[in-house]
Design a protein around this ligand. Structure first.
Ligand code: KG4
Ligand code: ZN
Length: 354
């Protein structure tokens, strides 16, 4: 059974064909990074316009690369939310129209559930699992039980972890998105150089908070004159949308590399500390980490070196950031259960998973 997945919740226009919930026959991701990079973040109006331009070719290519005709499909899956409404609408409306014209069932998928399935569909996850979803929009801990049941254990009270990476990068002139650049440069700095103390959490201790860390970075920044190095990085970004590590190292002094390493180390500690504590609380038999920040090589290394008593699963990097294969994979159990949507389906900016 083949499902066409369509994802357009943020700044990637994606389409994929997945067979029987796990075999990825094609996965097309058309990134808008070049459009948003100069603004230091996603501009919603530009994102919708880019989705409109990219959606038809992305779907066509996903079908072509998987040698699938529309009549070979068992269903079409679209992201219902959470995300930017104008962006969500593009993929959802196109998916609805295709489903209607070709008389195919339509399946609505929660974007966060998609991120979890990016891992669950590709590995032998034992239940109950603890799922840490870390991206630009979310930092959530879920108990993930047999039968695709979710229970929210904790979440960020302010910024998402990816958002913290993006804001720090923007402040220091590294462009957008910030995660990949900081990941690339952190190994060149000393993670012990700058000490960040995070505020103690009141109430649910499985919640996260990254705004204090962001403010601490801002204080560090304000105490220095960084005008020259920031100007040099802006120039680099104007000349080259994707600078290499050597390009960045030429315009980034040691003190800034130390700051980046310390910042990243603090985020990783926070993520792993709360994830392992919640895993313990629910007696987890596996840990899943997914979402864009799951690409982070420092996080992967730290999880590996922690020698946890249960297996830890990360998605392949191409399945970590937004993609449509994860949406098609998450739709498969819904197809089996006959959980279909219809043309009244609405895009939901703040859709919760649990
Ligand atoms: O899952 P995703 O593509 O979109 C959302 O649903 O938000 O995640 C994008 C986020 C961005 O904030 C980006 O900076 C972060 O994931 N990211 C990373 C890395 N690659 C992407 N953060 C840390 N390290 C990375 N290597
Ligand atoms: Zn995402």
């Amino acid at each position: 059974m083949r499902i066409l997945g369509i994802e357009s919740s943020c700044d990637e226009t994606a389409a994929a064909v997945v067979e029987d919930g796990s075999r990825i026959l094609s996965s097309i991701v058309s990134s808008q990074m070049a459009t948003h990079s100069r603004y230091g973040g996603v501009v919603p109006e530009l994102a919708s316009r880019e989705h409109l331009r990219a959606i038809v070719p992305a779907v066509r290519l996903a079908l072509q690369e998987s040698s699938t005709r529309l009549e070979d499909l068992s269903a079409i899956a679209v992201t219902e939310g959470p995300g930017l409404v104008g962006s969500l609408l593009v993929g959802m409306t196109y998916g609805k129209a295709l489903a209607m014209v070709h008389k195919l069932p339509l399946i609505a998928v929660n974007h966060i559930e998609g991120h979890i399935h990016a891992v669950a569909s590709q590995s032998e996850v034992e239940f109950p699992a603890l799922a840490l979803v870390v991206s630009g929009g979310h930092t959530h801990l879920f108990e993930f039980a047999e039968g695709f049941r979710y229970r929210l254990l904790g979440k960020t009270r302010d910024d998402a972890a990816g958002e913290a990476f993006d804001k720090v990068a923007k402040l220091l002139g590294f462009g957008y998105p910030g995660g990949p650049v900081i990941d690339m440069l952190a190994p060149h700095g000393n993670p012990e150089a700058v000490r960040f103390t995070l505020a103690k959490m009141k109430g649910n201790t499985l919640d996260f908070s990254f705004s204090g860390l962001k403010t601490a970075v801002l204080r560090w920044f304000e105490a220095r004159d960084m005008a020259n190095e920031i100007a040099a990085r802006r120039t680099l970004l104007r000349e080259n949308v994707t600078p290499s590590v050597d390009d960045w190292l030429r315009v980034t002094p040691k003190a800034t590399l130390d700051l980046l390493a310390s910042f990243q180390g603090t985020v990783i500690d926070e993520l792993l500390r709360r994830a392992t504590r919640s895993a313990e609380e629910i007696g987890a038999r596996s840990l899943i980490v997914s979402g864009g920040v799951a690409c982070n090589s420092g996080l992967r290394r730290a999880a590996d070196e922690a020698h946890l008593p249960y297996p830890v699963f990360f998605p392949a990097p191409t399945l970590s950031t937004d993609n449509a294969a994860m949406i098609a994979a998450a739709a498969f159990p819904k197809l089996a259960r006959g959980e279909f949507a219809d043309s009244t389906l609405k895009a939901q900016a703040n859709l919760a998973l649990a």
